[in-house]
Design a protein around this ligand. Structure first.
Ligand SMILES: [Zn+2]
Length: 387
């Protein structure tokens, strides 16, 4: 680089200056830069942000959490699953402790010099790790048995909780044999299954012990509203593409779009898809729009109270769009109800960074649109209580 270049120099007429980027950076770096939303004059003044805290001010608490992130990721979807399982809070906390490697096994005691021996106190094998206690120890072997017709996530959670209780005398419980633990776990799981089956929106699949089958279809907006569906596809190499479509309440086509984002992650790509869709809808003069995305994290970020001051530039930009003079209803939709947007995003693989606008639907997309328009149900297998 021969001279000092500012970031603002890399933007020309509201777009990244590709020629300048390519002249400065290695070819492998440019796609990563292009996927970043550059700052706009409407983004406000520069400010220092501690992006790891909700108030964006430095806090020792969040700094400590940051240092801990090598051990756990707060955005890991496992946390959603744990805290929404229909089980007592004490078992949720127990599973949370397992996921953070925090339960006090003999191996952990040995590491902390609280014990001279890391061996299992029941079978003598060494070391007594978490996986040994809950899976590999002969005293935990019940989990290897095939169990049909139960809610497997609940069964598993309850079973490992009871295995842990049985191992530790301090609980003073009389759980008896492995069979007793197995039976109690099954009874609990079946009770939850039956309660869930009583709900009209879903039912237990008699052939699948670990999942429910739910009806899932596209939900059009009310009359006079337009529905925007967006989706993204990220290849294993990080190449990202987005797509979306606007439809009337009867499912008829308004318009569609797709484009490449280049190198980024799924959350960032989905935010781009939502951003592009909203900008496009706004330019068409639409004033009532129902936005549907199958990325729960993106929807939650945009619905959060501090979206306008988010450390994500794209979240701030979308939040600004949401506060324009129109009505926007935003919701999460299961992936199985978002097939046309997924189809459009996949079609963008290998395409250009500039959006492709589709005034009429591609012929191959018509069957999916017809299915949505006629309200035909798709059925999806879903893990219990994923939200
Ligand atoms: Zn053992």
């Amino acid at each position: 680089m021969n001279s000092l270049v500012h970031i603002v120099d890399l933007v020309t007429n509201g777009s990244w200056n590709l020629d300048l980027l390519n002249s400065i950076f290695p070819p492998a770096v440019v796609p990563h830069i292009i996927a970043i939303r550059f700052l706009h004059s409407t983004d406000g003044d520069d400010l220092c942000i501690w992006c790891w805290g909700s108030r964006h001010k430095f806090e020792v608490r969040t700094a400590y959490k940051l240092l801990q992130q090598a051990a756990w990721n707060p955005f890991d979807p496992s946390w959603h699953l744990v805290w929404h399982l229909p089980i007592p809070q004490r078992i949720r906390v127990f599973i949370w402790a397992i996921l953070q490697q925090r339960i006090m096994t003999n191996l952990e005691r040995f590491r902390r010099s609280l014990s001279h021996d890391s061996a299992c106190s029941l079978c003598g094998s060494s070391p007594e790790s978490i996986t040994h206690v809950l899976r590999d120890c002969p005293n935990a072997s019940l989990l290897s048995r095939l169990v049909d017709h139960v809610n497997w996530p609940v069964f598993f959670a309850v079973a490992i909780w009871l295995i842990w209780k049985r191992r530790n005398d301090v609980f003073n419980t009389d759980l008896g044999s492995s069979s007793n633990v197995l039976n109690r776990s099954m009874v609990w799981a079946k009770h939850v299954c039956n309660s869930h089956a009583a709900k009209p929106s879903s039912f237990t699949n008699p052939t699948t012990s670990s999942a429910t089958v739910s009806s899932c279809k596209w939900q059009p907006a009310p009359t006079t509203w337009i529905t925007l569906n967006t989706d993204d596809v990220v290849s294993s190499s990080g190449n990202s593409v987005v797509g979306g479509l606007l439809r009337n309440a009867d499912g008829s086509w308004v318009t569609g779009f797709s484009r490449a984002i280049w190198m980024t992650n799924s959350l960032h790509a989905e935010l781009w898809a939502i951003h592009d869709g909203l900008v496009f809808a706004w330019s068409l003069g639409i004033n009532q729009i129902q936005l549907q995305s199958d990325n729960l994290l993106a929807v939650n970020l945009l619905k959060s109270q501090d979206a306008t001051s988010s450390s994500f530039s794209l979240v701030r930009a979308i939040a600004t769009l949401l506060h324009c003079a129109w009505l926007v209803d935003m919701s999460w939709i299961p992936r199985e109800g978002n097939n046309p947007a997924d189809w459009l995003a996949k079609k963008a693989l290998g395409s250009s960074y500039c959006p492709l606008i589709l005034d009429s639907p591609p012929p191959d997309l018509l069957p999916l649109l017809s299915t949505d328009a006629h309200g035909a149900s798709r059925f999806m297998l879903m893990e219990l209580f994923p939200l």
